[in-house]
Every structure is written in C-alpha cells, then in structure tokens.
Design a protein around this ligand. Structure first.
Ligand code: SF4
Ligand code: ZN
Length: 733
C-alpha cells in the first residue's frame, strides 16, 4: 500500500471527523438532540453506521457515539489495519455529516440549481438489485470528482452506460461537479438512465457505500453490526469500483479507503505517489492512470481505455452487443424519455396505430437478417408526424415453439429501448414508439430498428431463433388489416395461458438467479405461481431452460404428490433441498403457515400474518406507509429476506394474488384482511374477478387498507363492521 494513500486517508478521515463533530454539536444546540435523522424512503437507518457498528441512528443525539467510535479507530491505527481504520472512520464521519444535513433539511442537495438524488431509495435499490442479479446491470461505478473537460466526462459516462454499468456520481473539482459537465453535454441524468448524481461533494460518496451495505442487508440477509459478514459479502458479491477523476486529495483518499474496506478498488485518472502508473490487473486495489499518459489517439479513446481498465480491475464481465448503430446502445438508455419537443417521429399513441407481432415460421419461409419496409419511408415525413406502423417479426428455428412467441415478443420493449433516442412503450396493439430528433440527426432509420430486433433476438435467444426477419408496414389500410390478424393471435394466446393449471403439467421450473444475493433462496415456478419478483412465469422459465440448459432455470419433475392442499411434492422437496445448500427441507407452494417458500430481496409484495384478525396483510413494495402490524414494507423485509423460510410470512409476486392457488391451504384470498391501497387500485379488476370466481363477490371492499385503518384495533373494528369472512374461518394459530 502506498504510504501517501495511507497518510492522506488518515488526514482526510481526521478532517471529516472534526467537521462531523462540529456539525452535530451545532445542530443539536439549535434543533435539539431529539431532532430526527433519517434518509427518506430507505430502510436500515443510516446504513453504513448500522452495518459497521449495529447502531440504529434515529436522532441527532444518537450521532455522538458514532463519532466517538470513529475517533477511537483513528487513534488506534496499527500499520496493517491503517487503511481499513481510516476508511471506516471516514465513512462513519461522512454519513454523520449527511445525516445532520438531512436533519437540517439541507439534503437532497440543490447545487447550482440542480437537484441531486441523495441516498438511493428502496425502489431504486430493488430495481437495480434485480438487474445486478440477472446481469442486465453488469456492475456499479462510483465516480468521484470531475473529468479534465466536459467532453471527456461525457465519453466516460457514455462508455460506462453502454457497458451496462450503473454510474453514481459525486464530488467536484474546483467547484465543478461531473453532473454539471454531463448536463452541459446534454446527457440525461437520473434513475432512468442509470446515471445518478448523489451529491456535489466527496462526502456524498458515502451514499454509494450505503447502497452497497443495503444490498447486503436486503439481498444477503446480513445483520447490522456483523462487520465481517458484511465486508465479506460486499467484497464477493457487490461488483463496485471507484473511479476518481481529478487530483487525489485527502478527502478522496479517505473515501477511497472506505471503499477499499468494502473490497472496491480505486482507479484514478491522475498520478498517485507510490503507485506505478498505468499498471492494472484484476484484483489490484489502487490503480493510477494519469489521463494524458493513457495510450490512445484522442481523448475519446483514452476515456474508453480508462473505463475498460476499471471494469477489468474489479473483474466485471460486461455484455457488449455486436450491434453497430449511429447511436449508443445499452440498458442505461432503456428508461430514457423522448419528450414531444425532442421528437422527430412517433408511431402509435393517441389517435395513431402501431402493433408488434412476433410469429414462428418454418425454416424455408424466413430469410435471416432480411429487413423490409412495405409502404413509404416514415423518416422522410416532416418532424412531429404520427405514422402508422406494423412490425412483424418472423422467427424460425429447429427448437422454436409457438409458446415462445409471446416471450420473445415481450422482449421487444427492452430491446428497442436500449437505443439512445428510441422510446418504446406498451406492447401488442398498444405499442407506442418515439424517435428523437437527436437520433434522427445522427442518421437513425427504420432499418436500424430492424437491425436491433434481428441482432438482439439472436443474442438473447441464440438456440431458439436460428433465423429472424423483420417487416415494417407503414400504410394505414395495410396496418389496420394486419392488426386485426394479430389481435386474433393475441386472443388465442391469452386463452392458452389462462387454461394452464399446475395439475396439468409434470414439470415445474426453478429460478436460482437470486442466489448471488441470497444464497439459500430458490423460486419454484409453476403455471399458477410465478417468481416472487414478478419477472418470471412458467413459460418464461421453460423457454429460458431451452435457451440455456445450464442456466438458472432448471426443470423440476414434481414427482409423487405429498399433499395436494398444501402443494407439496417429493420432487420439489428434493430439488429445493439440494439447491438451497441443504438449508430447506420442505417447501410448499400453496401454504404460508407450513414450510412456505423462501424470500429474497426482490419480492413485489410481502404477505404477513395478522393473528388478531385471523388473516394476512399484503403490503406492496411501493407502499412506504405503515401497516396495521406496526411495520413498514422495509421492516418486514428485514425480517424475512436473505433466502430463509419464515412461517406466517413470505414474499410474493403480485400475480400470485390472483391465482386460484393463492395460499389455498389457508383459505385463499378470503384470508386477506388488509392490502396496500396502491395494490388494490392497480389490480382491482383482476382481484374482483378472482373473488367472484371464488364465491366471495364484494370481498375487496371488506379488505382494509392504509386509508381506512391505522391500527390493529381499527382493523378489527373495520373487519367486524364489514363482516369479513376471515373472522369466522378456522383459527390460524
Ligand atoms: Fe429471483 Fe425468484 Fe425472480 Fe428468479 S424468479 S429472479 S430467483 S425472485
Ligand atoms: Zn431476489
């Protein structure tokens, strides 16, 4: 380790501690020790302090002991623990500073008129957690400082985006933050584009470490204060690195020492005393790449090289598509919005017509790579036009099946959105596509949409799609005609899916994607119960297995039935036992009380027992309010996450609520006594249908929500007044 880095980190940590201490003292005298300290819409208190000390900081008065601990660490620096001590001390001090800023209502920060994101909230945490698990997000770059110039900043971030990295920005150089540089270059920032500015100073880097800590708590089931497990987990499972831009000062060194402790390497675009420049190998802790010395013909090439080296050092594998387009392409562009004023063309939307239909054909009917346009070229129309569009994708393959059509078709959304300047929404006959002026100016054409579909379908569905051809129709009459044809196919598909029940198949599928976060977790996916993240159903898994026979979705032969009411089979039990690291011996699909399914951090909803009401509550992830059980979604998640079984509680996907097998062992939907209002509203139609079918019409209005009851007493009174069926059902306990 470079002595310069150790000394500098020590000085940085010491100054952060002084600053934190002064802020706590001053704010306590103004606001009082009881003033609340919290990061909004996040669980786990101040997560770094919680993880490293187990302390649950909730008010200003709680911070003094955290600072005391940081001071102690600095005072007892042995040479072998020097960097770690300085790192932990500086993180605790930095998080204290941010906590005080929240107490003073100075966060999230507004800097030079720009609103920074601040801490990553729970919705972001989950979305990105799933992305990291399934590989759509390849890793996380924490960028501190600012690039030598705006163009270089843009190139670095564009490269990170096209490699599928989530980019968190913080810090500044001489008052200029990289967020400002990117805005200057017209780069869209925010949650949707995977480029998220945390704050304008180096202390806000602690939000990135807080994010890593919360991944470990919520996905890895690590407990607060279990430092060894926490750091083990982040080292092994959180693919994060720090890219420091601009001169390395004491504060950057202190932040980097904190990151190193978590196992995240530092890559700097400047010289660092004691570190050999331009040497970078996987696993190396500190890398110095003085920007001007980087090999390359121009700044763009140097920026790309810098990013490539950073990714290599952390051992991150990125998926790069073979596509060649006039605009950048990658998952970071998927959430980008094309506003009306920036729009060159649109297809579909109000008053327009646009549909997409992927259909299977025989090998001799498809010419691979053929892209045709039938009708006038929409890109010659005047800016702002709405043009009818029918997209027909014909796929042929030895292993292709009719049932895979809708699965591939559903991917169109994510495939097309990956192009910068293309916005795709909806599906089937409610598709809506916008192309930006920017993309048009760069030469983007209908043909490129075809290329994306052709190349990416091959990449994602290799062995199923031997041949792919794409035809675009742009004449209104022809589009209308074909749309009717497509509609009858959509109807047939709906009926086929609705008719499939668990009893009719011999094989279920597993999903073990989340084991990278929650090692014992296994999802068992049957026709009537999807994965708890809501992203995978039985058809998806079956196709995934065909595509990648050694992947995360494996067939499970149900075997002998043990109990049909609980949904327990020998084959499922054996499989789960083998694949949970022998942690889970029994696993039922229709019961929550007896050997329920395990829960990882991705679930869409949590189902939890309310003994006083002889039923269950369902709380949705986007509901930040309190449940009548006195716990929020996040608190409940903290109890059940990590891949364990917790009788009486489990994470579920929304779709399971409308399944005929929904906790049928305990009486099904009639057991639900409380539900998040947002869920009720969103799913009202399907829920009413299932209540009707189950012989309990009107049940939905007997289920309480956050707007009708606040406590257990309220809930009981509400249920009695409405004569909720759960009250007269067999006792749960
Ligand atoms: Fe994770 Fe289950 Fe979703 Fe697979 S189906 S990604 S294991 S939650
Ligand atoms: Zn998960």
């Amino acid at each position: 380790m470079s002595q310069f880095v150790i000394d500098s980190a020590f000085k940085g940590a010491a100054s952060l501690i002084e600053q934190a201490d002064a802020m706590v003292v001053e704010s306590t005298s103004v606001l009082g020790a009881a003033a609340p300290v919290a990061f909004p819409d996040t669980a786990y208190y101040l997560p770094v302090i919680y993880g490293l000390t187990g302390q649950e900081v909730e008010k200003l008065g709680d911070l003094a002991s955290a600072i005391g601990y940081a001071r102690e660490l600095l005072a007892t620096m042995e040479s072998e623990t020097a960097v770690q001590n300085a790192g932990i001390a500086s993180l605790i001090a930095a998080e204290t500073i941010q906590g005080v800023r929240f107490a003073r209502a100075e966060q999230p920060e507004i800097y030079h008129g720009y609103h920074f994101n601040g801490p990553i909230d729970d919705v972001q945490l989950r979305a990105w957690g799933v992305g990291l698990a399934d590989g759509t997000i390849s890793g996380v770059a924490a960028v501190i400082g600012a690039a030598g110039n705006d163009k270089v900043a843009a190139k670095i971030v564009r490269t990170l985006q096209s490699m599928g990295l989530l980019t968190l920005l913080c810090g500044n150089v001489n008052g200029r933050s990289i967020a400002e540089q990117l805005l200057q270059e017209g780069i869209e920032l925010g949650y949707q584009t995977l480029v998220v500015p945390l704050g304008s100073d180096t202390a806000s880097a602690v939000y990135a470490l807080g994010y890593a800590s919360r991944l470990a708590f919520s996905f890895g089931g690590i407990a607060g204060g279990d430092v060894k497990q926490l750091l083990n987990w982040t080292r092994q499972r959180a693919p994060v690195f720090v890219l420091a831009l601009g001169e390395i000062d004491n504060l950057k060194c202190a932040a980097a020492a904190g990151a190193l402790t978590y196992g995240f390497p530092l890559i700097a675009d400047s010289a660092i005393p004691g570190i050999t420049p331009l040497s970078a190998a996987e696993g190396q802790q500190i890398v110095s790449m003085p920007f001007n010395d980087i090999p390359g013909a121009d700044d763009d090439e140097k920026a790309v090289f810098l990013v490539q080296q950073s990714v290599k050092v952390r051992g991150i594998k990125t998926k790069v598509s073979k596509l060649s387009l006039p605009v950048p392409y990658g998952p970071a562009f998927e959430g980008e919005v094309v506003r009306r004023g920036d729009m060159q063309l649109e297809f579909g939307s109000k008053g327009g017509t646009c549909f997409e239909w992927l259909t299977m054909k025989s090998m001799d009917e498809v010419q691979d790579g053929r892209i045709s346009v039938v009708g006038p070229d929409p890109f010659t129309s005047e800016a702002g036009s709405n043009i009818p569009l029918g997209i027909i994708i014909e796929v042929a393959g030895e292993k292709m099946q009719r049932d895979f059509e809708p699965i591939m078709e559903r991917q169109i959304h994510h495939l097309l959105n990956g192009a910068e300047g293309v916005q795709h929404q909806g599906q089937r006959d409610i598709t809506w596509i916008r192309i930006s002026k920017g993309a048009f100016m760069q030469g983007f054409k209908l043909d490129h949409l075809g290329q994306i579909l052709h190349t990416r379908l091959h990449e994602e569905f290799g062995t199923l799609a031997d041949k792919v051809q794409v035809t675009f129709y742009t004449e209104q009459d022809r589009v209308n005609e074909l749309k009717e044809e497509a509609r009858s196919v959509y109807r047939d598909r709906n009926e086929r899916i609705a008719g499939l029940v668990d009893e009719k198949v011999d094989t279920f599928y597993s999903c073990t994607l989340c084991q990278s976060f929650a090692p014992p977790h296994v999802c068992v996916i049957s026709p009537e119960r999807g994965g708890l993240c809501g992203a995978y159903n039985w058809f998806d898994c079956r196709a995934a297995y065909e595509i990648k026979p050694l992947g995360a979705n494996q067939p499970i032969a149900k075997g002998e039935i043990i109990d049909s009411a609980r949904g327990e089979w020998e084959g499922v039990n054996d499989f789960v036992y083998q694949h949970s690291g022998m942690n889970v011996e029994r696993f039922t699909l229709y019961s929550i009380m007896d050997a329920p399914t395990t829960t990882c951090g991705c679930c869409e909803c949590i189902l939890s027992i309310v003994p006083e009401a002889n039923g269950f509550l369902v709380v949705s992830r986007d509901d930040y309010g309190m449940t009548p059980a006195g716990m929020t979604f996040s608190t409940l998640m903290g109890i059940i996450g990590g891949g364990h079984q917790t009788p009486g509680m489990m994470g579920i996907g929304k779709d399971y609520l409308t399944s005929a097998k929904f906790i049928s062992a305990e009486g099904g939907i009639s057991r639900v006594v409380w539900m998040s209002k947002s869920l009720k509203d969103e799913m009202r139609e399907q829920l009413e249908e299932i209540c009707q079918k189950g012989g309990t019409p009107g049940l939905l209005d007997k289920i309480a929500d956050g707007t009708t009851v606040a406590s257990i007493e309220d809930l009981r009174a509400f249920l009695q007044e409405k004569q909720h069926p759960a009250l007269s059902m067999e006792a749960l306990l």
